[in-house]
Ligand binder design. Structure first.
Ligand SMILES: [Zn+2]
Length: 253
């Protein structure tokens, strides 16, 4: 029976050790296709009585009902009170996919750093995501009585672009690169995070990049894997072609 100092130590227990000069775990082990390792290798302390009830919290997606009758899926911290055995079983289901997920995430971070350090002139990087919806509250209480509270969506883009003389006072060159990082927020009363919203936000980002740097011609977009709105054909294709922008898409997990 073991106690683990960290999650990394526990995850390591469920994987075969890298052999020879390999620094990475084998792909089959990470994807749980290897029959020599797996989640069953985890031995939890015998001090845990699996039949007792435990109180714990976990993040879950919940449908939150809106005033206009629609539902929005939001991630929330939910309190649980169930048997320890059920909590351990749930933890093991997460462990099934965690190593592959973590590996991809690390790999993508490395790729992003590499892209940033070697970004060709004329290229920009945009990392898109939606924030949770926000409620606007009037600053003065008296106003709150007159105006209905408006819920807004916030679309966030982190931009990395080469500096341009006309905008930044100096040029970025191949020999002396200067990367400018900016945050671009699109705030709208439209609560739906659909492809129409994404399309509009992408258009605004591109128009801004064009105005900031006339050399801009290629956009590297990094988005998360669950955002269906970024995969829609409405967000790619003719939209970028009509603006004469080359698009390179990377999906993050
Ligand atoms: Zn293995």
């Amino acid at each position: 029976m073991n106690t683990y100092e960290s999650l990394a130590e526990l995850v390591d227990e469920t994987l075969c050790q890298p052999s020879g000069n390999m620094r990475q775990h084998n792909g089959d082990c990470l994807n749980r296709l290897c029959n020599k390792c797996g989640v069953d290798k985890v031995q939890l302390s015998s001090e845990i009585d699996e039949s007792t009830d435990v109180i714990w919290t976990r993040y879950e997606y919940k449908n939150v009902h809106q005033k206009d009758g629609s539902d929005i899926r939001k991630i929330q911290l939910v309190k649980k009170e169930i048997q320890a055995s059920e909590m351990i079983a749930y933890f093991k289901t997460l462990l099934q996919t965690f190593p592959a997920h973590e590996f991809r995430s690390k790999w993508q971070t490395q790729q992003q750093k590499h892209l940033l350090s070697t970004l060709p002139i004329g290229h920009c990087i945009a990392i898109h995501d939606y924030s949770e919806n926000y409620k606007c509250i009037a600053k003065e209480e008296i106003q709150a009585a007159y105006f209905q509270r408006v819920e807004v969506s916030v679309h966030v883009t982190v931009l990395h672009r080469h500096a341009a003389l006309e905008t930044d006072g100096h040029d970025s060159t191949e020999d002396n690169p200067s990367i400018i990082t900016e945050q671009f927020f699109v705030i709208s009363p439209d609560p739906k995070h659909d492809h129409h919203f994404t399309h509009t936000a992408q258009g605004l980002v591109i128009d801004y990049l064009r105005s900031a740097n006339s050399d801009f011609h290629t956009l590297h977009e990094l988005t998360d894997g669950c955002s269906a709105q970024y995969k829609s054909c409405h967000c790619i294709g003719s939209f970028f072609i009509s603006r004469n922008i080359k698009l390179v898409k990377t999906t993050m997990y």
